[in-house]
Design a binder for this molecule. Structure first.
Ligand SMILES: NC(=O)c1ccc[n+]([C@@H]2O[C@H](COP(=O)([O-])OP(=O)(O)OC[C@H]3O[C@@H](n4cnc5c(N)ncnc54)[C@H](O)[C@@H]3O)[C@@H](O)[C@H]2O)c1
Length: 273
């Protein structure tokens, strides 16, 4: 889709970080916005920053199918169409896979995988029916391409989000739909991802373990040295215009993916670096 001006974009996780950068980038293109998040204050700030265009906001927990369906109902009802859907909301938690409680995995999978699937279920049928050009952008991660020590739960959720993106793209192509899909796989980005627990539902809170704390702090420091989220938003807009599926923030990840595939094909474990 080359022309974005006058079209409607939906962004989940829009209260900060990459989601806010996407919202502001789409606003700069002259798009109408529907922004969703669980963080009311951050969402209002993003909306105020994008005040040059029409902006609607909605408190929505993407792990809740009903909340995402309600979000879609509002979009199609009040804005009449959806052209770009960014399933971006996500959370991080570290720790060895064997120390993760069910509640940890429920939280990670609920937001990072079910959030994407709920977006697909609630929006894609109506985007197909609309019969216009459209684009779904799922925020995955390089953790959806490579498993690193101490981030197993997050990687499981992000590998699954990549699988959902590939499957969606293949289904849309096979059925001749006008929608395209991108899987956004950033490396470290300067956001509050290391503080994801700030928005964790009370019913899914667990006691931090030393391995979890160590990885969370490491990820927080890496994010602090990471890319400006605005650069990631630029990459997404280029990806939509050029209809690119895999969006990598650095060429080094392409080289690493090739090496990982070659190593796996020898039957050996890839180097995690
Ligand atoms: N920052 C990085 O280094 C990095 C790298 C790769 C991928 N990602 C991915 O980017 C996406 C955005 O994260 P970010 O880095 O901007 O982090 P962030 O913590 O700054 O922003 C995430 C946003 O998602 C919202 N959110 C959390 N749970 C939610 C829920 N259940 N429903 C709706 N909204 C919810 C938060 O309130 C927050 O506004 C995530 O999917 C994350 O996994 C981030």
């Amino acid at each position: 889709m080359r022309e974005l001006s006058g079209k409607v974009a939906v962004v989940t996780g829009a209260a900060g970080g990459i989601g806010r950068a996407l919202a502001l980038r789409f606003a700069a293109e002259g798009m109408t916005l529907m922004l969703a998040d669980v963080d009311h204050g951050g969402l209002a700030e993003t909306a105020a920053m994008a005040a040059d265009v029409e902006v609607l906001t909605q408190i929505a927990d993407v792990s809740d199918a009903w909340a995402v369906r309600h979000l879609a109902d509002r979009c199609f009802g009040e804005l009449g169409a959806v052209h770009v859907l960014c399933n971006n909301a996500g959370v991080f938690q570290g720790g060895h896979l064997w120390t993760r409680a069910d509640k940890d995995l429920d939280w990670l999978l609920g937001v990072n995988l079910w959030g994407v699937l709920h977006g697909v279920q609630a929006f894609v049928p109506r985007m197909i029916e609309q019969d216009t050009e459209g684009h779904v952008v799922n925020t995955v991660s390089v953790a959806g391409l490579f498993a690193s020590p101490g981030a197993g739960g997050y990687s499981v959720s992000k590998f699954a989000a990549l699988a959902a993106s590939l499957a969606l793209a293949q289904d849309l192509a096979a059925t001749g739909a006008k929608l395209r899909v991108s899987a956004l796989c950033p490396g470290a980005v300067d956001t509050r991802i290391g503080e994801s627990a700030r928005n964790r539902p009370p019913g899914l809170v667990t006691t931090p373990t030393p391995d979890e704390v160590e990885v969370r702090e490491r990820i927080g420091r890496a994010a602090g040295r990471g890319l400006d989220p605005a650069a990631v938003a630029d990459l997404v807009v280029t990806g939509i215009r050029e209809e690119r599926f895999l969006l990598l923030t650095d060429e080094k990840y392409a080289a690493r993916l090739r090496l990982q595939t070659e190593t796996l094909l020898t039957g050996h474990l890839p180097d995690p670096r």
